[in-house]
Design a protein around this ligand. Structure first.
Ligand SMILES: [Zn+2]
Ligand SMILES: [Zn+2]
Length: 159
């Protein structure tokens, strides 16, 4: 059995007088919820989950992501981490995505709950797609536009 907890070289509590918000009392939690440590370069913050995975498995292949299986970004136990091709990461693991037997993907809109082609979702430069489909987003934007216009009319009416 290999249940003994590993103490990694970067897991030192911060210098006296400093407290840490991260579990274990070392490092810090980034705005995205990841644990960062100043290791191996004390001048640079490094993502701990990447260090943990590399400690056990060697260098992360270029373009691959380390995914937190249970969804908790600060749970960096090795058994909670898995390497995955960056291109497939969000499709497979953060899914409103649905994988089909032919290897293609569709996605469920969080607003109308319809299963639609990926082209029906706005895609950011990062590769991440919007949670709601284009039609829902347009409807939402139009509603916002109407509210704004109405307010504009009201204001003009008062003056
Ligand atoms: Zn992930
Ligand atoms: Zn929709």
């Amino acid at each position: 059995m290999d249940n003994e907890r590993v103490v990694y070289p970067w897991q030192r509590p911060p210098r006296r007088g400093f407290s840490s918000s991260a579990p274990g009392g070392y490092g810090r939690i980034s705005t995205e919820g990841y644990v960062q440590v100043r290791w191996p370069n004390p001048k640079r913050q490094t993502l701990e989950h990447r260090l943990v995975w590399e400690f056990h498995n060697g260098p992360i292949p270029e373009g691959w992501h380390i995914h937190h299986k249970n969804g908790n970004r600060s749970d960096n136990r090795i058994e909670n981490l898995e390497a995955i091709n960056g291109r497939l990461h969000h499709r497979l693991k953060h899914s409103s995505y649905i994988e089909h037997p032919d290897g293609s993907f569709t996605k469920r809109c969080t607003a109308c709950n319809k299963e639609l082609a990926l082209s029906e979702f706005y895609q950011y430069k990062s590769g991440v797609r919007k949670a709601s489909c284009l039609a829902c987003f347009r409807a939402y934007a139009l509603k916002r536009y109407h509210i704004r216009t109405k307010m504009g009319v009201c204001r003009r009416g008062k003056n």
